[in-house]
Design a protein around this ligand. Structure first.
Ligand code: ADE
Length: 232
């Protein structure tokens, strides 16, 4: 997979994406990730990417021209690349969307800033507007980084053989046969710590009972923290 992020803060993405599993995924050739400075596609002396909003109102709006030039260049060798805009007005990003995007060959992720992006960018260039949650960040670079991390870890071979996305929170209902659940609690050694013990069943070595217990715990935790998932 190839990922191009377009932002005025490329460094905000590059730090997190060059650590740990994301770093290894790139080194192993599973993905190539580039973060580009939108200002490289400006043509004026001041490298201006924003302007005042038509109709008045607070804040600045990101100009269309640099985004159009960036997408034209980045699509040159792959006209079918999926273009995503990170914005709090987007569709809520979730594990199902991450799974869908993990099958794409090339993602181009545009990051907004200020009050928003000129709507002609959305109309003409963008396939999918994504929000990472119901809150407003200062810009889309961190949100893009979140999306890339969630998608890249699903690429075959990235997590290694011992980790399976089917056994974690938000597992695919098509695979598991039940709604996406939150994972239940985990324990490691020691068996007793400050008077708190590990549930007996986990020490029993009985795989069937352990699996049943984990499923019950997952349902209980989902009911407590995310009842909406049980209705989906
Ligand atoms: N930019 C600012 N806030 C955002 C959010 N919640 N999701 C995606 N992009 C954003």
């Amino acid at each position: 997979m190839k990922v191009d992020i377009v932002t005025i803060f490329p460094e905000m993405c590059l730090g997190p994406l060059n650590e740990s599993i994301m770093k290894r995924a790139q080194e192993a050739g599973k993905v190539s990730i580039a973060a580009h400075d939108l200002r490289d596609w400006t043509t004026d002396k001041h490298r201006k990417v924003d302007d005042i909003p038509y109709g008045g109102g607070q804040g600045m709006v990101m100009k269309p021209e640099p985004f159009f030039a960036a997408v034209r260049d980045l699509k040159r060798d792959s006209p079918n690349a999926r273009v995503i805009l990170m914005t709090p007005q987007g569709k809520r990003f979730d594990q199902a969307t991450a799974r869908g995007l993990s099958h794409e060959e090339h993602l181009i992720i545009l990051c907004g800033h200020y009050e928003g992006v000129d709507h002609r960018v959305v109309e003409a260039l963008v396939d999918l507007e994504l929000s990472i949650g119901d809150y407003v960040l200062t810009n889309g670079a961190i949100a893009a980084t979140v999306v890339v991390d969630a998608v890249v870890r699903l690429l075959p071979g990235v997590l290694g053989d011992e980790r399976s996305p089917e056994e974690e929170s938000f597992a695919d209902p098509e695979t598991t046969g039940y709604p996406p659940l939150l994972e239940g609690p985990h324990y490691t050694r020691p068996p007793e710590f400050e008077g708190m013990t590990v549930p007996e069943v986990l020490l029993s070595g009985h795989h069937g009972n352990i699996s049943d217990w984990r499923h019950e715990q997952a349902i209980e935790r989902t009911r407590a923290n995310r009842p909406d998932l049980l209705d989906s």
